[in-house]
Design a protein around this ligand. Structure first.
Ligand SMILES: Nc1ncnc2c1ncn2[C@@H]1O[C@H](COP(=O)(O)OP(=O)(O)OP(=O)(O)O)[C@@H](O)[C@H]1O
Length: 574
């Protein structure tokens, strides 16, 4: 996975090179520094002035080079880490947009958020520091060991005899840390899911007075996550104090035995200084390796989760584009059967929509109306039967091209946090002010847009909070018209509105539908009495078909649905 990352961004090569140069510089000048200290120590004691000043100069030069290496390392690893996390975040978000609908059904949005935030942060932290340390520390330790052995192998062996102990302790204690860290990550991901749910339903929670239940559910998760976090911190604390404690043992041995050898004359004072300096470069880096390795493991777990998302198969991009202007049958569905998973939702449907027609879909909740729209826009591919769109099999259509001929207005109106103008014109490459105003007039939206503080340049707040439900729908309708589609799919566009707003939106819809081919799903049957044809669905089957009048005469399901609404909503359309 790491190699894939490196290959992904060839423009980072200069930074990898800089990091390698800094690494070589750090290793080399660490040794030169130790050698300088050795000569300096001996020259000072033996009062040899020439070599003292030469090596003082070398020592100062080494310090400058080492600090430059540190800056170079920080710069290169910072750039590498930022670029890689930026690319992964971009590709991850892009992949989320490109995923087929059935995948999005399976995925949890909080989990995806966690991949693009917590997991990416772990990867970023590892690349920013631990990756370099994981290579440089062992290298410095090995080079220092060789130098120490050459200096005095007996003292070296005695001094480092405790190092394996240090290594075993940190490795042994590091294992549960990586397990706890994984559990902590999973818990954070669960919390993200809950936060997401809460944010999505704040008003419902308040309306139904569910604050206590939500608070309790969330605090349970917070407690579990905190417990894991505290356990992790405790393990880290023990590991840290143990490593620091054991790390000092080689120094105690060196000071004791080395001091004795120096007094006895078998080690010069300079050698003792260099020895202590290099031991420092051997012991502490070795003690830190398990912690860097732990970071490697956790970040690789995070990276794997990110790659799981990136490796998901995107919606197909192949297919052709066709000229749709001359098609006389815009939709033809033959023996269409479909289900989500094992459930069967649509059963052997057959229907056509001719150019200029308005077809209405009605039926009880869950009968499959919205599912038909999803299939006509190519969101699901695993259906049985045939779907021809604009007289071509949907399977040979390029889905982007197909969708460019269709506008959908659904009950869940999505408005971007941008200006009204940007929200409306995002669907077309070229538009004139006249076209924009014509579209908003048809959608009954121009007047209320003009009354906004900045007219068409008023910012739409998150989720369109500064507009009413009816206004949002009219904006969505204007956007649909501006796209100038061959086929309009209107999904329950007025069902959530009060009577007054519904009348305004319905007028807008009537304007839009006139002269266009439309399929409309309506729960309020009063809105579709003028449809050319009505398909009545029940449990995934078309059980009745005809005009409003013909269906009333049949006295079947449509008649019952219609009278049920008419009775409960006196004043409905006759
Ligand atoms: N993404 C999905 N995954 C699994 N099942 C689904 C999914 N979407 C819809 N369903 C199921 O498919 C059936 C038909 O749903 P659909 O939304 O098409 O019905 P509908 O007629 O539009 O209902 P409504 O009028 O209530 O919107 C329902 O039983 C629903 O639970």
């Amino acid at each position: 996975m790491l190699v894939d990352l490196v290959k992904k961004l060839p423009n980072l090569r200069p930074y990898y090179l800089l990091a390698v140069l800094c690494l070589v510089g750090e290793v080399l000048f660490t040794l030169i520094m130790a050698q300088s200290l050795r000569v300096l120590g001996d020259s000072a004691i033996l009062q040899v002035h020439d070599s003292f000043y030469v090596y003082l100069g070398i020592l100062m030069f080494s310090t400058v080079v080492l600090s430059l290496c540190l800056s170079g390392q920080t710069l290169s690893t910072g750039k590498i880490s930022e670029s890689i996390t930026y690319t992964l975040r971009k590709e991850g978000t892009q992949k989320l947009i490109e995923l087929p609908e059935y995948k999005l059904d399976e995925m949890n949005s909080g989990d995806s958020m966690s991949k693009l935030t917590n997991d990416l942060q772990l990867v970023g932290q590892f690349l920013n520091n631990d990756a370099y340390m994981l290579i440089s520390r062992p290298l410095i330790a090995i080079v220092s060991l060789v130098y120490l052995l050459l200096l005095n192998w007996q003292l070296t062996l005695i001094s480092i005899v405790v190092i394996p102990l240090l290594f075993i302790a940190t490795t042994y204690l590091g294992k549960p840390i990586s397990r706890f860290s994984k559990e902590h990550q999973d818990e954070l991901s669960n919390m993200n899911n809950t936060t997401q749910d809460i944010l999505g339903g704040v008003s419902i929670v308040k309306t139904f007075n569910l604050q206590n239940i939500v608070r309790e559910k969330f605090s349970k998760q917070v407690n579990t996550s905190m417990d894991r976090g505290v356990k992790l911190a405790k393990k880290r604390a023990v590991l840290q104090s143990l490593t620091v404690g054991i790390s000092f043992l080689p120094f105690i041995v060196t000071f004791g035995l080395g001091g004795y050898l120096t007094v006895a004359g078998s080690l010069t004072p300079g050698e003792l200084i260099a020895f202590i300096n290099l031991l420092n470069n051997l012991t502490f880096p070795l003690a830190q390796i398990p912690s860097h390795y732990g970071s490697y493991k956790t970040s690789m777990q995070g990276l794997k989760r990110i790659y799981d998302l990136l490796n998901e198969e995107a919606e197909r991009k192949n297919g052709e584009s066709f000229d749709v202007e001359n098609a006389s049958t815009l939709v033809e569905v033959k023996n269409l059967t479909f289900g989500y998973g094992d459930s069967s939702v649509l059963k052997n449907l057959n229907f056509k929509v001719k150019k200029g027609e308005t077809l209405a879909l009605v039926g009880p909740s869950g009968s499959g109306k919205s599912t038909i729209f999803k299939l006509l826009t190519g969101f699901y591919a695993d259906y049985k039967g045939k779907i021809n769109m604009f007289e071509k099999d949907i399977e040979i259509w390029n889905l982007d091209k197909l969708r460019s001929n269709i506008s959908t207005v659904s009950q869940d109106t999505y408005l971007f946090p941008a200006t009204i103008r940007e929200n409306l014109t995002i669907v077309c490459d070229n538009y004139s002010e006249t076209q924009l105003i014509k579209a908003t007039n048809i959608a009954n939206a121009h007047d209320f847009i003009k009354k906004q503080p900045n007219g068409y340049d008023t910012i739409v707040e998150e989720k369109g909070n500064n507009f009413s439900g009816g206004q949002k729908q009219r904006l969505a309708i204007a956007r649909a018209i501006l796209k100038n589609p061959e086929l309009l799919l209107l999904d329950e566009a007025t069902s959530a509105l009060d009577t007054e707003s519904e009348a305004i939106v319905q007028k807008a819809l009537d304007n839009v539908m006139s002269g266009r081919t439309s399929i409309v799903i309506a729960h309020r049957l009063s809105t579709i009495v003028n449809a050319d044809r009505i398909l009545v669905l029940d449990n995934g089957n078309i059980v009745e078909e005809g005009s409003h009048r013909e269906l009333l005469d049949k006295k079947g399901l449509y008649y019952n649905l219609y009278h049920k609404q008419f009775d409960s909503n006196k004043g409905g359309v006759a």
